[in-house]
Structures are given as C-alpha cells and as structure tokens.
Design a protein around this ligand. Structure first.
Ligand SMILES: C[S@@+](CC[C@H](N)C(=O)[O-])C[C@H]1O[C@@H](n2cnc3c(N)ncnc32)[C@H](O)[C@@H]1O
Length: 233
C-alpha cells in the first residue's frame, strides 16, 4: 500500500499502453523505424556492459532491448507498469528461449528490487511519464538500486530548445514524424507533447545531479531527445 498522496504511476497518462492494439502497433512501428540491435550495441558500449553484469530496464515496453542485451550480460530485469506490454515482451522472451530475463510488473516509483545491487540501469522513452518531482524520486530510487560505480543510461524526450521557439519546434518535429514515420506516430507524439511530462534539459540535468549521479555523457538530438550516461560514484 502506498500513501494516498503518492503519484499513481499505474494510471497511464498519454498514449494508452494498456491497449493490446496500441501495443501491437507500437511494436510494429518501432521495428520499422529503429535499428534496435545497433541501438543496443551503442548502449552496451556506452555503459561498458560485461558478461557478469546485472542490468535492469525501466519501461521495457515490448522487450526488444531486454532481449538483445540479454546475450551480453548475466541477468536482465525488464520492468514495466503495463501488463499488456509485459505480456507481449514475455511472449517474445519465451519464443527466443531466453532464461536470464525476468519480466516484472512495476514502475520507477513502485518496483522493489530484491536481487543483488545492479551494475547497470537503462531507461528509454519512459521517464517522461512522470511529473518532474516524481522523476526526482524515481532517479533517487534508481541511484539506491545501483552498486557503487554502477551506470545509469537514460534516453528520453527532453527539450533543449529556446522556449520562445516552442511552437515552431513542435510543429516542425511533428511534421517530420508524419513524413518519415506516418500519421499514427505523429498522433501519438501530439498526445505525448500535450499529456505527458517531458521536461527541459536544465531541469533534467539538475534532477540527475541532485539524485547523486555524476553525468559522464550528455547528448542532445534535434532539441527534443536526450541521452545521459551517469555514474554512481
Ligand atoms: C514509449 S514506450 C517505450 C518502450 C521502450 N523502452 C522503447 O524504447 O521502445 C514507454 C513505456 O514506458 C512504460 N511506462 C510508463 N510509465 C512508467 C513508469 N512509471 N514506470 C515504468 N514504466 C513506465 C509504458 O508502459 C511503456 O511501455
């Protein structure tokens, strides 16, 4: 039981990832749009993943990263608040016959880690589902789950543009998505801008540092996406 004042992360905001058809469509779109194995190789390199490492992913979605990374480390915890996403991911894990991935229902604010302290935590395109104060709480929880020297890799929508230009930036971003990825993803992105909680670069950097991390790498893309590689000293 959580206090009544705690942010209820199980109430999905924005795009509805409890909907089976939305989840299937998301998986299909991402498989066409992204090169997950290249992304995974880049992350493995950035976090210095080793065979004996234990990794946890928050917001695992349909499980592609967890599945790809499982060949390169000892154990993967794949955590998500959406049972629909997890069911989809579990099926993929089963089809691949992988036995070092544990799919866990939970989120940034509610997952209770019972295993050994983690070597690496990864989260992609998920933290913006929490309002800023709760992002801070989430980051502190991640910090406490990692061992000393552990690495946190965060990739998320983060705004690094001049706020005076937000209308132009959002319109250009959305029309770019429409052209390259189609109407459906553009609609989801509209929902994400309106209803989810992507924040500014200077706020995100402040939150990460105040959680205790040292930021080793900061990489901003198109003024709307960011990658942070952080270390627990
Ligand atoms: C846009 S999808 C990203 C999925 C995957 N990481 C990827 O890169 O394709 C966002 C995921 O975050 C999950 N999510 C939303 N809020 C969350 C929370 N508070 N804790 C953990 N996962 C959350 C959603 O259920 C969804 O699976």
């Amino acid at each position: 039981m959580y206090p009544k004042w705690q942010y209820n992360e199980m109430n999905h905001v924005g795009v509805d990832y409890t909907d089976k058809y939305e989840v299937e469509a998301y998986d299909l779109r991402m498989s066409k749009l992204r090169n997950i194995s290249k992304e995974t190789d880049e992350i493995i390199d950035l976090v210095g993943l080793k065979r004996d490492h234990v990794l946890l992913e928050f917001g695992t979605g349909t499980g592609d990263f967890a599945i790809q990374v499982a060949d390169h480390c000892m154990k993967v915890y794949a955590v998500d608040i959406s049972q629909t996403m997890l069911k989809f991911a579990k099926q993929k894990v089963q089809n691949k016959g992988l036995n070092n991935i544990e799919c866990c229902h939970g989120g940034f604010l509610t997952y209770q880690h019972k295993g050994v302290p983690l070597d690496v935590v990864v989260s992609q395109l998920a933290l913006h589902h929490l309002p800023d104060f709760w992002k801070m709480v989430a980051l502190k929880r991640i910090y406490s789950m990692l061992k000393k020297g552990g690495i946190f890799y965060l990739r998320d929508t983060v705004y690094s543009f001049d706020v005076n230009n937000y209308e132009d930036i959002f319109n250009t971003w959305l029309s770019g998505i429409k052209q390259t990825a189609g109407e459906e993803l553009a609609k989801d992105s509209e929902i994400a801008i309106r209803d989810e909680f992507s924040t500014c670069d200077w706020i995100m950097e402040g939150l990460i540092k105040r959680a205790g991390f040292e930021i080793k790498i900061t990489d901003y893309h198109q003024e709307v996406l960011a990658v942070y590689v952080c270390i627990k000293r």
